[in-house]
Write a protein that binds this ligand. Structure first.
Ligand code: ADP
Ligand code: MG
Length: 152
């Protein structure tokens, strides 16, 4: 399938959905997290990391640009490019070195323009009523297959 849509009524639902998505993604994969400030991208990542077995804190990478989590089975890199002033910062910071063997979750990927690797998945968060609508878009044939298996 090409996409999967889920309404998230509150923060707890976003965390829970992130946890469920831990069974969907495996490394290496590039996942863009799209949506306005406050749409739930970092909250979702918090749930995903919990689902993958991370027990410590999950900081927003807004200032650090990337926060990395090395778990027994997988390395997760959580990027936030919001503060990029030019797309070249992706290259200048050597961020390409982090992508090959990890699961990469990228907030504000458009700020890195073509420097950022193409996504396997795009997850779109939008405000809806007092909650959020979340749509997972599978961007490759393999991702479409994985998404179909996961949602059954
Ligand atoms: P982003 O990373 O997209 O800027 P954050 O995850 O940091 O957004 O913040 C989202 C804010 O919205 C937090 O205050 C969180 O508690 C809240 N939130 C997260 N998911 C939901 C939801 N499904 N419904 C309502 N509020 C939510
Ligand atoms: Mg964020």
């Amino acid at each position: 399938i090409m996409s999967y849509t889920q309404f998230l009524a509150d923060e707890t639902a976003t965390i829970q959905f992130g946890r469920q998505c831990a069974a969907l993604f495996r490394a290496p994969a590039i996942v863009y997290l799209n949506g306005d400030l406050g749409a739930g991208k970092t909250t979702f990542t918090r749930g995903l990391l919990r689902g993958m077995g991370h027990t410590g804190t999950v900081k927003s990478p807004t200032y650090a640009i990337v926060e990395s989590y090395t778990l027994p089975e997988i390395t997760i890199n959580h990027f936030d490019l919001y503060r990029f002033s030019t797309a070249e910062e992706w290259e200048d910071a050597g961020l390409d070195d982090l992508t090959p063997n990890s699961l990469c979750l990228i907030e504000w990927a458009q700020q890195g323009s073509d420097y950022v690797p193409a996504p396997d998945y795009i997850i779109e968060f939008t405000h809806q009523d007092n909650g959020r609508q979340c749509i997972i878009h599978a961007q490759t044939p393999n991702a479409q297959k994985e998404l179909a298996q996961w949602q059954t």
